[in-house]
Design a protein around this ligand. Structure first.
Ligand SMILES: [Fe+2]
Length: 194
């Protein structure tokens, strides 16, 4: 698994480098990253569901993240996201490019634009499952909805621990808020765990 992940991340660095304009990756670039990750995850023998268990009975959260790759400067990060279902997020951006590809189960991605009167308006959706994925620029808005058990892969231009300006729309208070940076990611890089 580790060598194949390393090759994919090397390709992704090169894709970003070749598809950046004015300091920002292009949509074609992030879509090419999505396609590279679909290719990686098509090698199903590389990833074992047993290696990425979802949270257990006693856990508060219904999903957890395993770190599979991250550069020393926290760029180019790949996580496995394991869920037992019952997951739903508000609409949010990422402040870096983001890709989700499916492996097992389903993750519904809904896409939004900022509505003129405030709030968000859904403009599209895509069911992420094995062989498919979605690609987002830093300002793109999505929400994810996972009903049953699922394992999928999330790739970002910068580590979630560093993303402390991600905005989400809180429907209850009808206000934009900022997600705190993630802190509970499980290490799964083979050279870092023993
Ligand atoms: Fe997201």
């Amino acid at each position: 698994m580790a060598a194949a992940v390393d090759r994919a991340m090397a390709d992704i660095r090169a894709i970003e480098g070749a598809n950046t304009e004015g300091g920002t990756i292009t949509r074609a670039g992030v879509e090419a990253i999505r396609d590279r990750l679909i290719e990686l995850t098509s090698h199903r023998e590389l990833f074992s569901l047993a290696a990425f268990p979802p949270p257990g009975e006693g856990d508060k959260l219904n999903s957890c993240l395993y770190r599979l790759a991250q550069d020393d400067d926290d760029r180019f990060v790949l996580y496995a996201n394991a869920s037992r279902g019952g997951v739903g997020t508000p609409a949010h951006n990422h402040t870096t490019w983001a890709v989700v590809v499916g492996f097992e189960g389903q993750e519904l991605n809904r896409f939004y634009r900022r509505a003129d009167e405030g709030g968000v308006e859904q403009v599209d959706q895509h069911m992420v499952e094995a062989g498919t994925g979605v690609a987002m620029l830093p300002d793109d808005l999505h929400s994810i909805h996972i009903d049953g058990p699922a394992l999928n892969f999330h790739c970002y231009g910068l580590a979630l621990e560093r993303l402390d300006r991600r905005e989400y729309y809180d429907v209850r208070t009808a206000a934009w808020k900022v997600f705190p940076a993630h802190t509970d990611i499980r290490e799964a890089r083979l050279d870092r765990v023993c």
